[in-house]
Design a protein around this ligand. Sequence first.
Ligand SMILES: Cc1ncc(COP(=O)(O)O)c(C=O)c1O
Length: 412
Amino acid sequence: MSMSHALNTTTFGHAMLSNFLLDPSYLNLNHGSFGTAAKPVLEAQHNYVLQQEARPDIWFRETYKTLIASTRERVSAEVGLPSADNLVLLENASAAVNAIFRSLSLKPGDIFVYFSTAYGMVKNTAAFLEIDKGIKILEVQVKVPITSTASLLDPMHEALESLSAEEQAKVRIATFSHISSVPAFIEPIKELTEIVKSINPSALVLVDAAHAIGQIPVDIPSLGPIDYYLSNAHKWLYAPKGSAFLWTNPSQIDSVRPQPSVISSENDVAGGTDYLTRFGYTGTKDFTAYLSIADSLDFRDSLEATNGKGSIIEYTNGLAKWAGDYLSSKWKTSRLSPPEFEAALFNVVLPTTDYKRATDLQTYLLNEYGIYMLALLDEPTSIVYTRLSAQIYLERDDFVKVGDLVLDFLSK
Ligand SMILES: Cc1ncc(COP(=O)(O)O)c(C=O)c1O
């Protein structure tokens, strides 16, 4: 990675802001939704763009393909895979879920399973297949607050057990979130997969890990017999927007033959173009964000060379734990789960039960103080809460500040 930006590898906290483009008058307490790319990584991406535009044919016919292969290898090693043969790069979690769901040969009555906390895109894609192919959806309610692993395992087990034997045989795919979006909980993937496969061994399990890489250590082989795993690099890894990966269990590559959402001129579907080629070129576009995933791993390695291996996750998760305890105590409220269900994303109940007032608070914090803090409503319970993100460029003081401002506003 060639860098002209002076990389700052000092200790985590506000000093790290110099590695990002965040507006100095903006306090980003919601890294989770869209991430923010690191300057050295964007610079590396720009260098790729320069190469692409300087010698277009060489870039598209050779250079980017070589770089895609080395990036796939780098990412595969990062997530504990013995080889890069089953991992492809693509633009985002939505593209990955669409590719898999829409590659399944479906029959009317096939059942798609997910929790109520599944991301909207998962639900929308399933809804499309409900209309288009006549599949059925089994949405399993997650009750918040969650108190233990059983809060997630028991409802899933009960919902699948209560299906008739004929319906159980039709369970086609279950989708779990490694870390759900709102509220944010780490899900027990291995145990959930065991439940699904004990009901129907041929049911597929897709793990939507949009929030995982960079936020928690990821080791795909340790998650049990899952079939698909995908994660965004643009959220927690500091990679540019439009960078993600999809891993397909080798046993599913030939049977399901996943196709990307866009079928390109290099994808001879009738002739059986292989998985890597199908996803490797999806029409002419700027693929440089994909390649920059390797640079975001380099960036993280540089920070960890100074701060210690694993220190990014240690700092962000540690700050989240502290801030969750601090804010729930300051606001005399509670968290939505025991701390082991959270990583750098954490949920704290706001000191109001009025959702409208909470959204006014969100607007006030943004307009008056440049603070972005999400106000959220858990509809089944009417719990009003916030989901916050700890990051290497944040410090305890940031959460102390927002803790006070929330109380000031709500006391008026
Ligand atoms: C759990 C989950 N899945 C999928 C996505 C979609 O990610 P993208 O918009 O990058 O496709 C998100 C985005 O926040 C998410 O939280």
